[in-house]
Design a protein around this ligand. Structure first.
Ligand code: IPM
Ligand code: MG
Length: 347
């Protein structure tokens, strides 16, 4: 099995290096091929997603991705900015289903931004649609109004097929868990959300065993800190899912803990921590590699048919935390590599 290794920018290379160490131990038959992506690729080759990198991602059985984003590149024209690499990979590879599980590790109840008794109940998955919505809708741009003012505009749009296919991922995920699905939208204001809600209700006819509820995104943001234990599976669009998943991460302790899988319709996937490149701490060994290590576990489970390997990695992370391993974001002082060591020792 070939893994495309795309470390990217900032802390990306540091955290992916630790995930590779763990994978080499748990799944020694994997082969890794590395390619530049994001600002690093722009600086080396003039484009954030060079054709060779995209070709490698297509050829590989799965993709392990670090992070992209580089302040040096923020004033480049949008098509050349680092973020276009991850957006391009998602779009080009049809990775429409983004799974972002958030579960509290018992030992970290104190690290949560919430009271421990509230945080302890968290065990949810956010299913975020990843290839549509205002992220990709056309037209978009910055133009001049007749009054001569600059005006920025974007287009939020979803067609019914896009909504139905992500809704099905939500229902199927709920079916394998506690059988509760919460669809998050803004149907009280947005037409796109009205269609979203209508289509989710239509698809629900095929899932009579799943308890479906609908929630406006503002209320969902509030409920996520008030009583996160009420959620099992959340399904939502690209923009709302982006925001709610960052919020969910602090509810379980740190953004350095949340992994993600981005899957196509055949189960091929890209695996990445939900955090960004954190340029402020890059190169200092302060990054928490656990989100990437847990993303590697998801890779084994969803793309490489190795649920046992995934279980081993997840158990090792839990054991390392139970033994007191704490990176800076968790209030400790362990370096990135020491966190990797702790997971390897627990394996
Ligand atoms: C994420 C990130 C990306 C997104 C950025 C880096 C483009 O925030 O994966 O959540 O907005 O999707
Ligand atoms: Mg995000």
């Amino acid at each position: 099995m070939l893994i495309a290794l795309l470390p990217g920018d900032g802390i990306g290379p540091e955290v992916t290096a630790q995930a590779v160490r763990v994978l080499e131990q748990v799944a020694p038959a994997l082969r890794f091929e590395e390619a530049p992506v994001g600002g690093a690729a722009y600086k080396a080759q003039g484009h954030p997603l060079p054709p060779e990198t995209l070709a490698l991602a297509r050829r590989a059985d799965a993709i392990l991705f670090g992070a992209v984003g580089d302040p040096d590149c923020d004033r480049l024209e949008r098509a050349l900015r680092p973020e276009q690499a991850i957006l391009g990979l998602r779009k080009e590879l049809g990775l429409f289903a983004n799974l972002r599980p958030a579960k509290l590790f018992a030992e970290l109840a104190d690290a949560s931004a919430l009271r421990p008794e509230v945080a302890r109940a968290i065990d949810l998955v956010i299913i975020r649609e990843l290839t549509g919505d205002v992220y990709f809708g056309q037209p978009r741009g910055i133009r001049r109004t007749e009054a001569g003012l600059r005006e920025g505009y974007d287009t939020m749009r979803y067609d019914e097929a896009e909504i139905a296919r992500i809704a099905r991922v939500g229902f199927e995920t709920a079916r394998a868990r506690a059988k509760r699905l919460c669809s998050v939208d803004k149907a009280n204001v947005l037409e796109t959300s009205q269609l979203w809600r209508d289509v989710v209700i239509e698809v629900a006819a095929d899932y009579p065993d799943i308890a479906l509820e609908h929630m406006y995104v503002d209320n969902a943001a509030m409920q996520l800190v008030r009583n996160p234990g009420q959620f099992d599976v959340i399904v939502t669009g690209n923009l709302f899912g982006d925001i709610l998943s960052d919020q969910a991460s602090m509810c379980v302790g740190s953004i350095g803990l949340l992994p993600s899988a981005s899957l196509d319709s055949a189960g091929k996937g890209l695996y990445e921590p939900i955090h960004g490149s954190a340029p402020d701490i890059a190169g200092q060994g302060r990054a928490n590699p656990l989100a990437t290590i847990l993303s590697a576990a998801m890779m084994l489970r969803y793309s490489l048919n190795d649920a046992a390997g995934a279980d081993r990695i997840e158990a090792a992370v839990a054991r390392a935390l139970a033994a007191g391993a704490r990176s800076h974001d968790l209030g400790g002082d362990m370096a990135t590599e020491a966190m990797g060591d702790a997971v390897l020792a627990a394996l």
